[in-house]
Design a protein around this ligand. Structure first.
Ligand SMILES: [Zn+2]
Length: 579
């Protein structure tokens, strides 16, 4: 049976031109060889698996070659090249400082340096992981590095430049190896796959390239591992399964539901992800990257920063077009906070869910649009036509139009989701409420007549002025009462009949919240608009299918209703909702 050679070794580059992703370094080295300006000592630094040792070997081979070609690459035919290729050259000495870091090891090396090369021009000493040398070994080496014989070249390689003492650093020409880009790694994997007659899906290649995090060697090891698992046909699914990577699709799906303001769907998706065994924080980091990629797609200038296959790129562009940049940035902020506080959170899944719900409430235009689609006009009295004109003093009017809502509620019962609540309609409540309404209308009439006798000159205002005053009030409570602030900026007041302002309310929570806080708002509007007759009228936008919960405290309340243990948990751990 043929011996299996790992791809990282089998496809290790043998010339400068085949080194992946380090063109600036290889061309500098080639120029130095061409001009005969070679330094005595080099320090190759950079993350692991990016080609430091490979470049060191190529350099050693090239400077010893007897017939360099025009392109400053080794000929592969001369005696020196052949012995290099057979790993039989006496001109190259490799020392792994990770395992040979004593003074004696360095003394052995220094002794060898004294003997000039028998064949070829240079003796090349490659010291890998040079930062692992003991301080005594460093000192023993320093002398040689200060005055080396002309035929000796030293190439030190390290992943941790900061651990090298300055006296060594100052004697070396330093080359910083970069992480290899996903694009370059992907190209190389595709090349290796072609050579090995392995069919691999493009998206799978990109996942491997991303997972390798800039290290080509890691990428090829992953490739080998997956090929041995799935044979000569590698599908995207088998790659993500093998690497335990979360499918792109999840991020696309959850982003769609977040920016559609669909809390229930978002929660279902995250639940599925966690059920599949993925760590919450892993997901948060992935989601952050996803948002970042969407932002990057917003500008043709930055689109090149997106590291993904063509099909995924197209998907990103498409989704990016549907998300507003400011929403994405806010979502990223929430995501970042979630990441920072995740470790310290006592209930990690709740913490994650709350963050996602916050994100869901970002795209308010969408939310409003959805509510409008589901909006049911609610008549204030049984006969809207005969509705009296005056303002209502305190129209605490609950829903009606219930029969229609009831039917639809029953239809949608099957679709009931985690935090949705079905409206239960108790027969009889309608008439009671109607009586209430009529009473209120009577009160309002009286109130109106007394007021109109005062005949104070009130200033008229238009919708624009109203909205300005509305927003200026919202600003004043932004920090004091974030929940009400959020309600206010997401509700557009509308002028009805002169000084009557209609506010659409989405659910009972908001209604209560509005009732609790409206007095200050009213005072503010009266002052701003110089009109003491301003009155509010609230209109409930009946959400037929389910009651949407947008604020953490609402959701918590709903969760507490469903499971009283949550209240216990909250109290025992002294948890608080974060805004
Ligand atoms: Zn040669």
């Amino acid at each position: 049976m043929e011996n299996f050679i790992v791809s990282a070794r089998k496809y290790r580059p043998a010339t400068f031109d085949t080194v992946v992703g380090q063109t600036s370094i290889t061309s500098t080295l080639k120029n130095a060889i061409k001009r005969n300006h070679l330094a005595q000592a080099f320090l190759f630094t950079g993350p692991r698996g990016v080609g430091k040792t490979t470049c060191a070997r190529i350099l050693a081979k090239t400077i010893n070659c007897e017939n360099l070609n025009e392109n400053i690459e080794a000929c592969d035919k001369c005696e020196s090249c052949v012995s290099f290729n057979n790993s039989a050259s006496f001109n190259i000495h490799e020392l792994d400082a990770a395992s040979n870091n004593s003074v004696d090891d360095i003394r052995n090396l220094v002794d060898q340096v004294r003997i000039p090369p028998q064949v070829g021009k240079y003796k090349v000493y490659i010291i890998d992981e040079v930062h692992m040398l003991s301080p005594a070994a460093f000192n023993a080496f320093l002398k040689t590095l200060e005055e080396p014989p002309a035929y000796a070249k030293f190439i030190l390689a390290t992943t941790e430049k900061h651990k090298i003492i300055p006296t060594i650093l100052s004697r070396c020409q330093i080359y910083d190896f970069k992480r290899i880009t996903v694009e370059d790694i992907a190209k190389h994997i595709e090349y290796v796959a072609r050579e090995e007659s392995v069919e691999i899906e493009e998206e799978g290649v990109h996942i491997i390239a991303q997972k390798a995090d800039g290290a080509l060697r890691d990428a090829l090891s992953i490739f080998d591992q997956i090929v041995s698992f799935s044979g000569n046909k590698v599908l995207y699914e088998s790659v993500i399964q093998n690497l335990n990577v979360l499918d792109y699709d999840y991020y696309f799906k959850i982003t769609d539901s977040i920016f559609n303001g669909d809390i229930s769907k978002t929660l279902l998706i995250i639940n599925e992800i966690i059920d599949n065994g993925f760590d919450g924080q892993y997901f948060i980091i992935g989601l952050g990257e996803h948002f970042r990629n969407l932002l990057v797609c917003k500008d043709p200038e930055t689109i090149k920063l997106l590291e993904a296959g063509a099909a995924i790129k197209a998907k990103y562009s498409e989704q990016s077009a549907n998300c507003k940049a400011d929403c994405l940035i806010k979502a990223l902020e929430i995501n970042n906070d979630c990441d920072i506080y995740y470790k310290g959170s006592n209930n990690k899944q709740l913490h994650l869910e709350i963050s996602l719900m916050k994100m869901c409430s970002l795209n308010q235009n969408k939310l409003n649009k959805i509510s409008e689609e589901k909006k049911v006009e609610i008549p204030i009295t049984p006969k809207p036509a005969s509705q009296p004109k005056p303002e209502y003093k305190n129209p605490q009017i609950k829903t009606s139009g219930l029969t229609q809502a009831t039917k639809q509620t029953q239809q949608s019962t099957q679709e009931s989701q985690t935090f949705s609540t079905q409206k239960k309609v108790i027969p009889g409540t309608i008439s009671i409420k109607t009586q209430n309404i009529e009473k209120k209308v009577e009160e309002a009439k009286e109130d109106y007549s007394t007021k109109s006798q005062q005949s104070v000159q009130e200033e008229k205002f238009n919708q624009e002025q109203l909205e300005l005053a509305w927003k200026s009030f919202a600003k004043t409570i932004e920090n004091k009462n974030a929940a009400f602030y959020s309600t206010l900026i997401n509700r557009n007041p509308e002028i009805k009949d002169d000084f009557l302002i209609e506010i659409s309310i989405e659910n009972k929570f908001q209604e209560k919240e509005f009732e609790d806080n409206k007095q200050d708002l009213l005072t503010h509007l009266k002052n701003e608009l110089k009109n003491t007759k301003i009155q509010f009228k609230s209109k409930i936008i009946e959400n037929i299918k389910e009651e949407k919960l947008y604020f953490p405290q609402q959701i918590l309340k709903k969760m507490e209703e469903k499971n009283p243990n949550i209240t216990k948990l909250k109290n025992q751990l002294n948890l608080e909702i974060e805004f």
